[in-house]
Design a protein around this ligand. Sequence first.
Ligand code: GLC
Ligand code: CA
Length: 514
Amino acid sequence: MAIPHPEWLNQALFYEIYPQSFLDTNEDGIGDLPGIIKKLDYIKDLGFNALWINPIFDSPFFDAGYDVRDFYAIAPRYGTMKDLTKLFKEAHKRGMHVLLDLVPGHTSTDCEWFKKSCQPEKNEYSDRYIWTDSVWKGEEDYPTLRGISARNGSVLTNFFSIQPALNYGFYEVHHPEFEEEIRGEGPQKTIQAMVDVITFYLKKGCDGFRVDMAGWLVKRDPEGDGNVKLWKQIFSQFREDYPEAAFISEWNNPLKSLKAGFDCDFLLQDLDSIQASLCRGEHPYFAFDDLDKNANEYFTRFDSLYEFAKKQKRFLSLISGNHDTVRVGKSLNEEELKFYFTFMFTMPSVPFLYYGDEIGMKYLEGLTSVEGGYQRTGSRTPMQWDESEQKGFSSNPNTYIQVNMDESVRPVSVQEKDENSLLSFLKSLLAFKKDHAALDNDASYQRIETKNSSPIVYIRKKGNERLMIALNPSKKIYSISLGKFAGQVLFSYGQNKIKEDKFSLYPRSFIILK
Ligand code: GLC
Ligand code: CA
């Protein structure tokens, strides 16, 4: 039986926290769990009711914690297991949900599982990773590690070479000497180990997981069907016992991930992804340059994915960015971001905002890589809270990534006092969304095609409420028919004029009406 998505996702608004850069409470220059607890009221007041926290597990931090050493221990720099359960408790008290980041695809080379797997004598962990008997002979160019242990052969790795791939088997087995099917003994034991990790945290009060590289666990799986099968099996082992837990995949292919049983899939924002065409790169749709742009290509893709997600009773997730992408503040200024946020938070999606995007934090150019960040390091700088020395992030001047001292971005404390700031705008937008069922994540959605599709216009509906949303970041004026709408403006930016059965969408304006 398919599990329906948890109710709370219909209203969920997620705030992503990169824990090492959020708030440092013990002056070691690194953010920590007590820092997150301290800022729960800030996040709630802003209008968010759910968190996704990047990995907080014990790790040597060669990939910012995506190289887990011990799934059952909290990295000491973030705090203790007690801090984590306190965070769950404090969040729940405020009606908020907390997702942790599950990294099921690999571990650190420092993980006990891997050390045991490296031993030449057969043991319980020998098949926890994918070992070949010599060099890797498959036709794919899977990266491997060799020469690191007394065990013969080589072991497959995933993202970095310090991340040996856990063994979930191969969808198409070509080399049965060292490749197993998903139902083989090695993969089945790995699955059990991961189910144990998941249920361990759900029992502690965690509300679910964002799942790292969810679509890349089973190897030689060109269409993704092996990974679908894998997740169906994983979910079948515990989801009925935890129907309120949410699972959100890093897969970027809702046609697979939602079928596999995830509640939401991210529409990721790499520069070549369709989502980025709106807010990233050279001339995104929401940038106020003088180019004639339309979002046709975006909607061709979005609308068909949306239809699919709707049928599955599941969601797409629009994001402002994440710890892997260039900050949205690099391509869009405060004013342009008001447009992008209005879009993101009124479209049918379970939306995610990356910490700092609420003040338009910039990508810090020219940083040396920190903890495997490489070019991503510039998007991971500490949160800019106030005007004090390290912008309120830490009282230690040696912060683990330098604070961006660029004065062009006003910190939280300053933007809070300005009713026209991006932060204040976002707050009123989220409050508006909360007050209108037609903007719930599961409310229906229908796009209105306009002449040459330049402005974006769509209708959302739930119960008796129907709202029309129209956005025009261009410098042209458009006239749009009201249809059956009364023309009562509920939320807007810039100028607008309603006359008889039409309204004028002025340059650089948006409007929500009923
Ligand atoms: C995901 C994470 C990224 C990490 C990689 C390897 O893409 O978002 O930060 O480096 O997986 O785990
Ligand atoms: Ca700290």
